[in-house]
Design a protein around this ligand. Sequence first.
Ligand SMILES: [Zn+2]
Length: 292
Amino acid sequence: MPKLSDVLAELEALWPPARAEQWDAVGLVCGDPDAAASRVLFAVDPVLPVALEAVEAGADLLVTHHPLYLRGTTTVAADTFKGRVVHTLIRNGVALYVAHTNADTADPGVSDALASVLGLRVLGPLVPDPTDPAGRRGLGRICEPREPMTLSGFAELAARSLPGTAAGIRVAGDPDAPLRTVAVSGGSGDSLFDQVRAAGVDAFLTADLRHHPASEAQQASPLGLLDAAHWATEWPWCVQAAAQLDEISDRHGWALRTDVSTRVTDPWTAHEPARPADIHPPVPTSSPGAPR
Ligand SMILES: [Zn+2]
């Protein structure tokens, strides 16, 4: 049975911490590198239900995409919600390891996993990492559909292929527009509009799109937008990462057991679609504050 430090060395080769953004907080959050490792759970968010799932599964390592502490802290007291996670993990001998922006830009990375579940052919990174001579690492991916597709067809494909969430998929643009190339970026992608426009793609699938960047991108050029749940765009990475660790385990004869949490940890838990009658509400006959 490998030591945790043996497993972590392999994870750091997949996602070198030095390639994380400077503001990021990746690597080992808690856990003893000298402890034995036999079972690993992958998840997007290090929230308490996921920590409890790791304990329940008998995992000794929980690997998450999102950091538990992105900024420094002065307490891990169990009466704070993050401290409760730390206590739950340590008390039950579960280590927590984070691969965040270093997994985003890896080859394969978060957006490769996203493109893969959507059945898209990856052409290259949307924002290439200049330090990669092969030109495969970087943020987001430019892709082409394997068969002719419209924006509404892409939205249906995303709704069908991504894990289900209450948020579903929001769409902006002409539903009948044909898509020759698309960009995808797991997680919050609205800082990438300049690169999306420069890439000349017909549509962009990401998460957390805000009003102004989305509106301005639409005004600038006929770009189709698909806004999916943040969790749903990053969850496919967990499956990809677990498969990568399985392959490493086989190579070393470690017999590690890997699992992927299917718990939906997207914070949005319900979505009330507008009814047709609500889209054009009746104009009030007398406006408040009008002179009587
Ligand atoms: Zn994310």
